[in-house]
Design a protein around this ligand. Structure first.
Ligand code: PRP
Length: 549
Protein backbone atom coordinates (compact mmCIF):
# COMPACT_ATOMS: atom_id res chain seq x y z
CA UNK A 1 0.00 0.00 0.00
CA UNK A 2 2.68 2.42 1.11
CA UNK A 3 4.83 1.41 -1.83
CA UNK A 4 2.06 1.97 -4.37
CA UNK A 5 1.40 5.40 -2.83
CA UNK A 6 5.09 6.17 -3.16
CA UNK A 7 5.13 5.15 -6.83
CA UNK A 8 2.02 7.16 -7.64
CA UNK A 9 3.62 10.23 -6.00
CA UNK A 10 6.79 9.63 -7.99
CA UNK A 11 4.78 9.37 -11.21
CA UNK A 12 3.09 12.68 -10.41
CA UNK A 13 6.46 14.36 -9.86
CA UNK A 14 7.69 12.89 -13.15
CA UNK A 15 4.54 14.03 -14.95
CA UNK A 16 4.88 17.53 -13.55
CA UNK A 17 8.50 17.62 -14.56
CA UNK A 18 7.76 16.49 -18.11
CA UNK A 19 5.04 19.10 -18.54
CA UNK A 20 6.92 21.84 -16.79
CA UNK A 21 8.34 23.49 -19.90
CA UNK A 22 4.94 24.84 -20.89
CA UNK A 23 4.95 27.16 -17.87
CA UNK A 24 8.47 28.54 -17.91
CA UNK A 25 10.57 30.61 -20.28
CA UNK A 26 13.75 29.22 -21.94
CA UNK A 27 16.99 29.67 -20.05
CA UNK A 28 18.40 33.16 -20.45
CA UNK A 29 15.01 34.73 -21.21
CA UNK A 30 12.32 36.23 -19.01
CA UNK A 31 8.93 37.94 -18.97
CA UNK A 32 8.83 41.64 -18.25
CA UNK A 33 6.01 42.93 -16.08
CA UNK A 34 4.59 46.35 -15.27
CA UNK A 35 7.34 48.43 -13.62
CA UNK A 36 10.09 46.76 -15.62
CA UNK A 37 8.18 47.40 -18.87
CA UNK A 38 7.75 51.04 -17.89
CA UNK A 39 11.44 51.41 -17.09
CA UNK A 40 12.41 49.69 -20.31
CA UNK A 41 10.16 51.84 -22.48
CA UNK A 42 11.26 54.98 -20.64
CA UNK A 43 14.95 54.18 -21.16
CA UNK A 44 14.32 53.42 -24.84
CA UNK A 45 12.34 56.63 -25.28
CA UNK A 46 15.04 58.71 -23.58
CA UNK A 47 17.73 57.38 -25.90
CA UNK A 48 15.61 57.40 -29.05
CA UNK A 49 14.76 61.08 -28.44
CA UNK A 50 18.40 61.88 -27.82
CA UNK A 51 19.58 60.11 -30.97
CA UNK A 52 16.85 61.60 -33.13
CA UNK A 53 17.56 65.14 -31.97
CA UNK A 54 21.19 64.51 -32.95
CA UNK A 55 20.10 63.60 -36.49
CA UNK A 56 20.21 59.78 -36.31
CA UNK A 57 17.61 57.82 -38.30
CA UNK A 58 16.26 54.46 -37.25
CA UNK A 59 16.83 51.21 -39.13
CA UNK A 60 15.54 47.74 -38.27
CA UNK A 61 17.12 44.53 -39.42
CA UNK A 62 15.47 41.09 -39.32
CA UNK A 63 15.77 38.96 -36.19
CA UNK A 64 16.90 36.10 -38.46
CA UNK A 65 20.01 36.52 -40.59
CA UNK A 66 22.02 34.06 -42.59
CA UNK A 67 24.67 32.42 -40.46
CA UNK A 68 27.35 33.62 -42.92
CA UNK A 69 26.80 37.25 -41.83
CA UNK A 70 28.34 36.43 -38.45
CA UNK A 71 30.53 33.43 -39.09
CA UNK A 72 33.05 35.06 -41.40
CA UNK A 73 35.47 37.94 -41.57
CA UNK A 74 36.16 40.67 -39.09
CA UNK A 75 34.18 40.59 -35.85
CA UNK A 76 32.93 37.05 -36.44
CA UNK A 77 31.07 35.56 -33.55
CA UNK A 78 31.78 32.15 -32.11
CA UNK A 79 29.32 29.42 -33.09
CA UNK A 80 28.79 28.57 -29.42
CA UNK A 81 27.35 32.00 -28.77
CA UNK A 82 24.74 31.89 -31.52
CA UNK A 83 21.23 30.47 -31.73
CA UNK A 84 21.33 28.71 -35.05
CA UNK A 85 18.59 26.96 -37.02
CA UNK A 86 17.83 26.02 -40.61
CA UNK A 87 15.36 27.64 -42.99
CA UNK A 88 13.02 25.72 -45.30
CA UNK A 89 15.79 25.20 -47.85
CA UNK A 90 18.15 23.80 -45.24
CA UNK A 91 20.30 26.94 -45.11
CA UNK A 92 21.78 27.93 -41.80
CA UNK A 93 20.22 31.01 -40.25
CA UNK A 94 20.88 32.57 -36.89
CA UNK A 95 18.99 34.77 -34.44
CA UNK A 96 21.01 37.99 -34.81
CA UNK A 97 23.65 38.03 -32.04
CA UNK A 98 24.62 41.63 -32.81
CA UNK A 99 23.36 44.63 -34.77
CA UNK A 100 26.58 46.07 -36.17
CA UNK A 101 27.21 43.29 -38.69
CA UNK A 102 23.61 43.27 -39.98
CA UNK A 103 23.86 47.04 -40.44
CA UNK A 104 27.08 46.53 -42.43
CA UNK A 105 25.20 43.97 -44.54
CA UNK A 106 22.29 46.40 -44.93
CA UNK A 107 24.61 49.21 -45.97
CA UNK A 108 26.43 47.01 -48.49
CA UNK A 109 23.15 45.85 -50.06
CA UNK A 110 20.87 48.90 -49.91
CA UNK A 111 22.58 52.04 -48.66
CA UNK A 112 25.74 52.34 -50.74
CA UNK A 113 24.29 55.33 -52.62
CA UNK A 114 23.43 57.20 -49.44
CA UNK A 115 25.14 60.50 -48.75
CA UNK A 116 27.91 60.24 -46.18
CA UNK A 117 28.30 60.60 -43.29
CA UNK A 118 25.31 58.43 -42.50
CA UNK A 119 23.82 58.53 -39.03
CA UNK A 120 21.84 55.43 -38.11
CA UNK A 121 20.34 54.13 -34.90
CA UNK A 122 18.66 50.85 -33.97
CA UNK A 123 16.51 49.60 -31.11
CA UNK A 124 16.21 45.85 -31.34
CA UNK A 125 16.81 42.56 -29.65
CA UNK A 126 19.96 40.48 -30.02
CA UNK A 127 20.36 36.85 -28.97
CA UNK A 128 23.52 35.48 -27.38
CA UNK A 129 24.00 32.18 -25.65
CA UNK A 130 25.43 32.84 -22.21
CA UNK A 131 26.92 30.56 -19.61
CA UNK A 132 24.19 28.45 -18.02
CA UNK A 133 22.67 30.08 -14.94
CA UNK A 134 24.73 33.22 -15.33
CA UNK A 135 22.65 36.27 -14.59
CA UNK A 136 23.11 37.63 -18.08
CA UNK A 137 20.24 37.29 -20.51
CA UNK A 138 20.38 35.51 -23.84
CA UNK A 139 17.81 37.95 -25.22
CA UNK A 140 19.07 41.51 -24.95
CA UNK A 141 17.41 44.71 -26.07
CA UNK A 142 20.05 46.98 -27.48
CA UNK A 143 19.77 50.54 -28.57
CA UNK A 144 22.73 51.96 -30.38
CA UNK A 145 24.11 54.30 -33.01
CA UNK A 146 26.36 53.86 -36.04
CA UNK A 147 28.10 56.82 -37.63
CA UNK A 148 29.25 55.69 -41.07
CA UNK A 149 31.72 57.41 -43.36
CA UNK A 150 33.00 59.92 -40.80
CA UNK A 151 36.71 59.73 -40.17
CA UNK A 152 38.94 61.39 -37.64
CA UNK A 153 38.89 62.75 -34.17
CA UNK A 154 35.87 65.04 -34.66
CA UNK A 155 33.67 62.02 -35.36
CA UNK A 156 35.20 60.12 -32.42
CA UNK A 157 34.40 63.01 -30.14
CA UNK A 158 30.86 63.38 -31.47
CA UNK A 159 30.11 59.74 -30.67
CA UNK A 160 31.91 59.79 -27.34
CA UNK A 161 29.93 62.83 -26.20
CA UNK A 162 26.73 61.14 -27.32
CA UNK A 163 27.66 58.06 -25.28
CA UNK A 164 28.40 60.19 -22.19
CA UNK A 165 25.17 62.12 -22.67
CA UNK A 166 23.26 58.81 -22.98
CA UNK A 167 24.69 57.66 -19.63
CA UNK A 168 23.86 61.01 -18.03
CA UNK A 169 20.28 60.99 -19.21
CA UNK A 170 19.82 57.46 -17.89
CA UNK A 171 21.70 57.64 -14.60
CA UNK A 172 22.32 61.28 -13.67
CA UNK A 173 25.94 61.88 -12.65
CA UNK A 174 26.52 58.48 -11.09
CA UNK A 175 28.38 56.77 -13.94
CA UNK A 176 31.81 56.42 -15.47
CA UNK A 177 32.77 56.39 -19.08
CA UNK A 178 36.01 54.54 -19.66
CA UNK A 179 38.00 55.46 -22.74
CA UNK A 180 40.98 53.82 -24.34
CA UNK A 181 42.64 53.51 -27.72
CA UNK A 182 43.47 50.31 -29.53
CA UNK A 183 46.67 51.85 -30.86
CA UNK A 184 48.44 52.20 -27.52
CA UNK A 185 49.02 48.75 -26.20
CA UNK A 186 48.95 47.06 -29.60
CA UNK A 187 51.98 49.08 -30.73
CA UNK A 188 53.72 47.95 -27.57
CA UNK A 189 52.81 44.32 -28.20
CA UNK A 190 54.34 44.61 -31.65
CA UNK A 191 57.75 45.45 -30.15
CA UNK A 192 60.07 42.45 -30.64
CA UNK A 193 61.21 42.56 -27.00
CA UNK A 194 57.73 41.80 -25.64
CA UNK A 195 57.63 38.23 -24.24
CA UNK A 196 54.84 35.69 -24.73
CA UNK A 197 52.47 37.93 -26.69
CA UNK A 198 49.42 35.64 -26.61
CA UNK A 199 49.63 35.07 -22.87
CA UNK A 200 50.16 38.79 -22.35
CA UNK A 201 47.21 39.62 -24.59
CA UNK A 202 44.82 37.45 -22.58
CA UNK A 203 46.20 38.71 -19.25
CA UNK A 204 45.69 42.27 -20.49
CA UNK A 205 42.17 41.53 -21.69
CA UNK A 206 41.32 40.06 -18.27
CA UNK A 207 43.08 42.91 -16.44
CA UNK A 208 44.91 40.28 -14.48
CA UNK A 209 47.68 42.41 -12.99
CA UNK A 210 49.73 39.71 -11.20
CA UNK A 211 49.74 37.71 -14.44
CA UNK A 212 50.74 40.72 -16.55
CA UNK A 213 53.64 41.37 -14.20
CA UNK A 214 54.65 37.71 -14.16
CA UNK A 215 54.81 37.53 -17.95
CA UNK A 216 56.43 40.87 -18.56
CA UNK A 217 58.22 40.96 -15.21
CA UNK A 218 61.68 41.32 -16.70
CA UNK A 219 61.37 45.03 -17.41
CA UNK A 220 60.83 46.20 -13.85
CA UNK A 221 60.05 49.89 -14.19
CA UNK A 222 58.56 49.50 -17.61
CA UNK A 223 55.01 49.96 -18.81
CA UNK A 224 53.66 46.54 -17.92
CA UNK A 225 54.61 46.72 -14.27
CA UNK A 226 52.98 50.16 -14.10
CA UNK A 227 49.74 49.33 -15.80
CA UNK A 228 47.56 49.51 -12.71
CA UNK A 229 48.71 53.05 -12.03
CA UNK A 230 48.11 53.89 -15.69
CA UNK A 231 44.41 53.21 -15.26
CA UNK A 232 42.23 55.87 -13.66
CA UNK A 233 41.29 59.54 -13.99
CA UNK A 234 42.68 61.94 -16.60
CA UNK A 235 45.84 62.41 -14.48
CA UNK A 236 47.20 59.15 -15.88
CA UNK A 237 47.52 60.73 -19.33
CA UNK A 238 50.37 63.00 -18.28
CA UNK A 239 52.18 60.08 -16.64
CA UNK A 240 51.65 57.94 -19.71
CA UNK A 241 53.19 60.48 -22.11
CA UNK A 242 56.63 59.82 -20.66
CA UNK A 243 56.28 56.06 -21.04
CA UNK A 244 54.50 55.74 -24.37
CA UNK A 245 56.83 57.84 -26.47
CA UNK A 246 57.35 55.44 -29.33
CA UNK A 247 55.79 55.46 -32.81
CA UNK A 248 52.15 54.53 -33.02
CA UNK A 249 51.41 54.84 -29.33
CA UNK A 250 52.24 58.54 -29.18
CA UNK A 251 49.63 59.40 -31.84
CA UNK A 252 47.03 57.18 -30.22
CA UNK A 253 47.75 58.78 -26.86
CA UNK A 254 47.36 62.24 -28.36
CA UNK A 255 43.95 61.30 -29.80
CA UNK A 256 42.90 59.86 -26.49
CA UNK A 257 43.99 63.02 -24.67
CA UNK A 258 41.99 65.20 -27.03
CA UNK A 259 38.92 62.99 -26.66
CA UNK A 260 39.24 63.18 -22.86
CA UNK A 261 39.66 66.97 -23.04
CA UNK A 262 36.49 67.24 -25.09
CA UNK A 263 34.58 65.24 -22.47
CA UNK A 264 36.03 67.43 -19.73
CA UNK A 265 35.00 70.60 -21.51
CA UNK A 266 31.42 69.35 -21.68
CA UNK A 267 31.32 68.81 -17.91
CA UNK A 268 32.16 65.09 -17.74
CA UNK A 269 35.51 65.47 -15.92
CA UNK A 270 34.45 63.37 -12.94
CA UNK A 271 33.00 60.67 -15.13
CA UNK A 272 36.13 59.86 -17.16
CA UNK A 273 38.28 56.81 -16.64
CA UNK A 274 41.30 56.28 -18.85
CA UNK A 275 42.40 52.76 -19.67
CA UNK A 276 45.68 52.69 -21.55
CA UNK A 277 45.77 48.93 -21.88
CA UNK A 278 42.58 48.07 -23.73
CA UNK A 279 42.84 44.99 -25.83
CA UNK A 280 40.62 44.02 -28.72
CA UNK A 281 38.17 41.48 -27.32
CA UNK A 282 36.76 40.93 -30.77
CA UNK A 283 38.87 41.80 -33.81
CA UNK A 284 36.47 44.68 -34.39
CA UNK A 285 37.94 47.87 -33.05
CA UNK A 286 40.67 49.91 -34.67
CA UNK A 287 40.89 53.19 -32.73
CA UNK A 288 39.06 54.83 -29.85
CA UNK A 289 37.09 52.41 -27.62
CA UNK A 290 34.85 53.16 -24.66
CA UNK A 291 32.54 51.58 -22.13
CA UNK A 292 29.94 52.93 -19.73
CA UNK A 293 29.72 51.71 -16.11
CA UNK A 294 27.29 52.42 -13.32
CA UNK A 295 27.34 51.53 -9.61
CA UNK A 296 25.71 48.27 -8.60
CA UNK A 297 26.31 46.65 -11.97
CA UNK A 298 29.37 44.41 -12.30
CA UNK A 299 29.41 44.68 -16.07
CA UNK A 300 29.38 47.59 -18.52
CA UNK A 301 25.99 48.86 -19.72
CA UNK A 302 27.34 50.67 -22.80
CA UNK A 303 30.16 49.79 -25.13
CA UNK A 304 31.46 51.08 -28.41
CA UNK A 305 34.35 52.30 -30.48
CA UNK A 306 35.79 52.85 -33.92
CA UNK A 307 35.87 49.95 -36.36
CA UNK A 308 37.28 51.14 -39.63
CA UNK A 309 38.00 47.75 -41.18
CA UNK A 310 34.68 45.98 -40.62
CA UNK A 311 33.31 47.02 -44.01
CA UNK A 312 36.24 45.46 -45.86
CA UNK A 313 34.26 42.22 -45.43
CA UNK A 314 31.97 43.73 -48.06
CA UNK A 315 34.88 45.11 -50.12
CA UNK A 316 34.07 48.61 -48.93
CA UNK A 317 36.43 51.20 -47.56
CA UNK A 318 34.16 52.84 -45.04
CA UNK A 319 35.07 54.20 -41.64
CA UNK A 320 32.60 53.56 -38.84
CA UNK A 321 32.16 54.31 -35.18
CA UNK A 322 29.27 53.53 -32.87
CA UNK A 323 28.06 52.19 -29.55
CA UNK A 324 25.27 50.11 -28.09
CA UNK A 325 23.46 50.37 -24.77
CA UNK A 326 22.24 47.19 -23.11
CA UNK A 327 18.72 48.22 -22.11
CA UNK A 328 18.09 45.12 -19.97
CA UNK A 329 21.10 45.92 -17.78
CA UNK A 330 19.94 49.55 -17.63
CA UNK A 331 16.51 48.40 -16.39
CA UNK A 332 18.16 46.29 -13.68
CA UNK A 333 20.09 49.30 -12.43
CA UNK A 334 17.13 51.67 -12.60
CA UNK A 335 14.94 49.11 -10.86
CA UNK A 336 17.45 48.83 -8.06
CA UNK A 337 17.05 52.27 -6.53
CA UNK A 338 19.81 51.80 -3.99
CA UNK A 339 22.33 51.35 -6.78
CA UNK A 340 21.40 54.55 -8.59
CA UNK A 341 21.97 56.64 -5.46
CA UNK A 342 25.53 57.82 -4.86
CA UNK A 343 28.21 55.14 -4.95
CA UNK A 344 28.14 53.44 -1.53
CA UNK A 345 30.89 54.71 0.78
CA UNK A 346 31.69 51.36 2.31
CA UNK A 347 33.73 48.88 0.36
CA UNK A 348 32.51 45.29 0.54
CA UNK A 349 35.10 42.51 0.65
CA UNK A 350 34.09 38.84 0.48
CA UNK A 351 36.53 36.50 2.25
CA UNK A 352 36.75 32.78 1.62
CA UNK A 353 35.73 30.69 4.61
CA UNK A 354 37.96 27.84 5.76
CA UNK A 355 41.59 27.33 4.76
CA UNK A 356 42.27 30.88 3.59
CA UNK A 357 40.26 32.61 6.31
CA UNK A 358 42.87 32.82 9.07
CA UNK A 359 45.64 33.95 6.74
CA UNK A 360 43.42 36.61 5.19
CA UNK A 361 42.55 37.91 8.66
CA UNK A 362 46.18 37.98 9.69
CA UNK A 363 47.03 39.97 6.58
CA UNK A 364 44.31 42.49 7.40
CA UNK A 365 45.58 42.73 10.99
CA UNK A 366 49.18 43.15 9.89
CA UNK A 367 48.04 46.00 7.69
CA UNK A 368 47.00 47.85 10.84
CA UNK A 369 43.28 47.10 10.88
CA UNK A 370 41.62 46.16 14.15
CA UNK A 371 39.89 42.89 13.28
CA UNK A 372 38.41 42.15 16.71
CA UNK A 373 34.88 42.69 15.34
CA UNK A 374 35.59 39.88 12.86
CA UNK A 375 37.24 37.61 15.40
CA UNK A 376 34.21 38.00 17.66
CA UNK A 377 31.67 37.83 14.88
CA UNK A 378 29.75 34.83 16.23
CA UNK A 379 27.23 33.78 13.56
CA UNK A 380 27.16 37.21 11.94
CA UNK A 381 27.76 37.07 8.21
CA UNK A 382 28.47 40.71 7.42
CA UNK A 383 30.81 42.65 9.69
CA UNK A 384 31.71 46.30 9.64
CA UNK A 385 35.45 46.95 9.76
CA UNK A 386 36.93 50.34 10.55
CA UNK A 387 33.72 52.04 9.26
CA UNK A 388 35.26 51.69 5.87
CA UNK A 389 35.04 48.08 4.87
CA UNK A 390 32.20 45.62 5.06
CA UNK A 391 33.52 42.08 5.39
CA UNK A 392 31.49 39.02 4.49
CA UNK A 393 32.37 35.35 4.59
CA UNK A 394 31.38 32.89 1.92
CA UNK A 395 32.41 29.67 0.24
CA UNK A 396 35.12 30.16 -2.36
CA UNK A 397 32.90 29.88 -5.42
CA UNK A 398 30.33 32.20 -3.90
CA UNK A 399 33.06 34.79 -3.30
CA UNK A 400 33.67 34.86 -7.06
CA UNK A 401 29.93 34.99 -7.78
CA UNK A 402 29.32 37.88 -5.34
CA UNK A 403 32.20 39.84 -6.83
CA UNK A 404 31.19 39.10 -10.40
CA UNK A 405 27.61 40.21 -9.80
CA UNK A 406 28.77 43.41 -8.13
CA UNK A 407 27.27 42.83 -4.65
CA UNK A 408 30.79 42.62 -3.24
CA UNK A 409 33.41 45.04 -4.56
CA UNK A 410 36.35 42.76 -3.90
CA UNK A 411 37.11 39.24 -2.75
CA UNK A 412 39.90 37.02 -1.50
CA UNK A 413 39.92 33.65 -3.18
CA UNK A 414 42.31 30.93 -4.34
CA UNK A 415 43.63 30.98 -7.90
CA UNK A 416 42.39 27.36 -8.23
CA UNK A 417 38.77 28.52 -7.96
CA UNK A 418 39.38 31.34 -10.44
CA UNK A 419 40.92 28.94 -12.93
CA UNK A 420 38.04 26.52 -12.53
CA UNK A 421 35.25 29.09 -12.75
CA UNK A 422 36.78 31.27 -15.48
CA UNK A 423 34.55 34.21 -14.59
CA UNK A 424 35.16 37.80 -15.74
CA UNK A 425 36.58 39.24 -12.51
CA UNK A 426 39.91 41.03 -12.31
CA UNK A 427 42.85 39.81 -10.28
CA UNK A 428 44.62 42.82 -8.87
CA UNK A 429 47.02 41.30 -6.35
CA UNK A 430 48.73 38.02 -5.61
CA UNK A 431 48.36 37.90 -1.82
CA UNK A 432 51.21 35.45 -1.45
CA UNK A 433 49.51 33.03 0.96
CA UNK A 434 47.60 29.79 0.39
CA UNK A 435 50.50 28.68 -1.77
CA UNK A 436 50.17 25.27 -3.38
CA UNK A 437 50.08 23.90 -6.90
CA UNK A 438 47.81 22.08 -9.31
CA UNK A 439 49.37 18.70 -10.08
CA UNK A 440 48.57 15.59 -12.03
CA UNK A 441 49.21 12.53 -9.84
CA UNK A 442 48.82 8.77 -10.16
CA UNK A 443 49.68 5.63 -8.25
CA UNK A 444 53.40 5.24 -7.64
CA UNK A 445 55.24 3.55 -10.47
CA UNK A 446 52.37 3.88 -12.92
CA UNK A 447 53.24 5.45 -16.26
CA UNK A 448 50.16 7.63 -16.69
CA UNK A 449 50.91 8.61 -20.29
CA UNK A 450 51.63 5.11 -21.60
CA UNK A 451 49.27 2.76 -23.46
CA UNK A 452 46.25 3.32 -25.72
CA UNK A 453 43.51 3.13 -23.14
CA UNK A 454 41.44 6.30 -22.69
CA UNK A 455 42.58 7.62 -19.31
CA UNK A 456 40.16 8.48 -16.54
CA UNK A 457 40.98 11.43 -14.31
CA UNK A 458 39.24 12.27 -11.05
CA UNK A 459 39.17 15.86 -9.86
CA UNK A 460 37.33 18.55 -7.96
CA UNK A 461 38.21 20.85 -10.86
CA UNK A 462 36.68 19.40 -14.06
CA UNK A 463 36.81 22.59 -16.14
CA UNK A 464 40.45 23.24 -15.35
CA UNK A 465 41.29 19.57 -15.95
CA UNK A 466 39.49 19.62 -19.29
CA UNK A 467 41.42 22.65 -20.49
CA UNK A 468 44.71 21.21 -19.25
CA UNK A 469 44.26 17.99 -21.26
CA UNK A 470 42.86 19.94 -24.23
CA UNK A 471 46.08 21.94 -24.25
CA UNK A 472 47.88 18.57 -24.48
CA UNK A 473 45.55 17.45 -27.30
CA UNK A 474 44.63 14.49 -25.15
CA UNK A 475 41.17 12.98 -24.72
CA UNK A 476 40.43 11.90 -21.17
CA UNK A 477 37.33 10.93 -19.25
CA UNK A 478 36.84 13.27 -16.31
CA UNK A 479 35.03 12.26 -13.13
CA UNK A 480 34.00 15.02 -10.73
CA UNK A 481 34.72 14.14 -7.10
CA UNK A 482 33.83 16.45 -4.20
CA UNK A 483 36.71 15.71 -1.82
CA UNK A 484 39.48 13.28 -0.88
CA UNK A 485 40.13 12.87 -4.58
CA UNK A 486 43.13 10.65 -3.77
CA UNK A 487 40.67 7.82 -3.11
CA UNK A 488 39.70 7.53 -6.78
CA UNK A 489 42.93 5.90 -8.08
CA UNK A 490 43.21 3.79 -4.92
CA UNK A 491 39.75 2.36 -5.64
CA UNK A 492 40.61 1.97 -9.36
CA UNK A 493 37.95 4.49 -10.31
CA UNK A 494 40.54 6.66 -12.05
CA UNK A 495 44.01 6.39 -13.58
CA UNK A 496 45.04 9.73 -12.18
CA UNK A 497 43.91 12.83 -10.35
CA UNK A 498 44.27 16.54 -10.91
CA UNK A 499 44.32 18.17 -7.51
CA UNK A 500 45.94 20.71 -5.24
CA UNK A 501 49.21 19.69 -3.65
CA UNK A 502 50.60 21.67 -0.76
CA UNK A 503 53.06 19.62 1.31
CA UNK A 504 52.63 16.47 -0.76
CA UNK A 505 51.94 14.36 2.34
CA UNK A 506 48.40 13.29 1.34
CA UNK A 507 49.79 11.89 -1.90
CA UNK A 508 52.74 10.24 -0.16
CA UNK A 509 50.70 8.62 2.59
CA UNK A 510 48.38 7.13 -0.01
CA UNK A 511 51.01 5.72 -2.34
CA UNK A 512 50.51 8.32 -5.05
CA UNK A 513 53.13 10.44 -6.80
CA UNK A 514 53.21 13.55 -8.93
CA UNK A 515 53.38 12.94 -12.67
CA UNK A 516 53.49 16.59 -13.46
CA UNK A 517 53.09 19.97 -11.75
CA UNK A 518 50.67 22.05 -13.79
CA UNK A 519 50.73 25.52 -12.25
CA UNK A 520 51.23 27.44 -9.03
CA UNK A 521 48.30 28.55 -6.93
CA UNK A 522 47.96 31.26 -4.29
CA UNK A 523 45.28 33.52 -2.86
CA UNK A 524 44.30 36.49 -5.02
CA UNK A 525 42.56 39.79 -4.43
CA UNK A 526 39.83 40.10 -7.04
CA UNK A 527 37.55 42.98 -7.97
CA UNK A 528 34.73 43.40 -10.45
CA UNK A 529 34.72 45.67 -13.49
CA UNK A 530 32.48 48.32 -11.95
CA UNK A 531 34.48 48.53 -8.69
CA UNK A 532 37.67 48.89 -10.71
CA UNK A 533 36.16 51.90 -12.45
CA UNK A 534 34.14 53.46 -9.64
CA UNK A 535 36.26 52.72 -6.58
CA UNK A 536 39.79 52.61 -7.94
CA UNK A 537 41.20 54.76 -5.15
CA UNK A 538 39.92 52.45 -2.42
CA UNK A 539 41.25 49.47 -4.34
CA UNK A 540 44.66 51.11 -4.64
CA UNK A 541 44.65 51.81 -0.92
CA UNK A 542 43.68 48.20 -0.19
CA UNK A 543 46.42 46.92 -2.48
CA UNK A 544 48.88 49.18 -0.64
CA UNK A 545 47.75 47.73 2.70
CA UNK A 546 47.86 44.12 1.61
CA UNK A 547 50.99 44.12 -0.53
CA UNK A 548 53.88 42.25 0.94
CA UNK A 549 56.58 44.41 -0.62
C1 PRP B 1 43.48 19.42 -0.31
C2 PRP B 1 43.79 18.73 -1.62
C3 PRP B 1 44.57 17.53 -1.19
C4 PRP B 1 45.32 18.03 0.03
C5 PRP B 1 46.74 18.36 -0.34
O1 PRP B 1 42.36 18.80 0.23
O2 PRP B 1 42.60 18.42 -2.33
O3 PRP B 1 43.73 16.47 -0.88
O4 PRP B 1 44.65 19.22 0.46
O5 PRP B 1 47.48 18.83 0.75
P1 PRP B 1 48.94 18.26 1.08
O6 PRP B 1 49.72 18.25 -0.20
O7 PRP B 1 49.49 19.21 2.08
O8 PRP B 1 48.77 16.88 1.63
P2 PRP B 1 41.58 19.36 1.48
O9 PRP B 1 42.35 19.16 2.73
O10 PRP B 1 41.18 20.77 1.24
O11 PRP B 1 40.31 18.41 1.59
P3 PRP B 1 39.46 17.65 0.48
O12 PRP B 1 40.38 16.70 -0.23
O13 PRP B 1 38.42 16.91 1.24
O14 PRP B 1 38.90 18.67 -0.42
Amino acid sequence: MLLSFYFSELKQVEQNYMNSNDRITPEGTKDYLFKECKLKRKAEKTLRNLFETQGYDEVMTPALEYYDVFSKGIGRISQDEMYTLTDNSGRLVTMRPDSTKPIARLYASRLKQAKLPLKLYYNQTVFRRNIRLSKFSDEITQIGVELLGAEGLAADIEILLLAAQSMKELFGDNFRIEIGHMGIISSLLEQPSTGDKDALRSALAAKNYPEIEAIAGAEKDGIFSNLFSLFGGTEVLARAKKLFDYDGAANALEELTQAANALEEKGFKNNIIIDLAVINEYDYYTGLVFKGYVAGQGKEVLSGGRYDTLYTDYDLDLSAIGFAVNIDEVVKVLGNEAATKQVKDTFTIALTKGRLEEQALRLLENSGLDCSSIRNKGRKLIINLDDKYEILFAKARDVVTYVEYGVADAGVVGKDVLLEMGRPVHEVLDLGFGKCRFSLAAQKGQDFYSGYKLKTVATKYPEFTKSFFNSRNMDVEIIKIEGSVELAPLLSLADGIVDLVETGSTLKENGLEIIEDICNISARLIVNSAALRLKKRTIEELIGRLSND
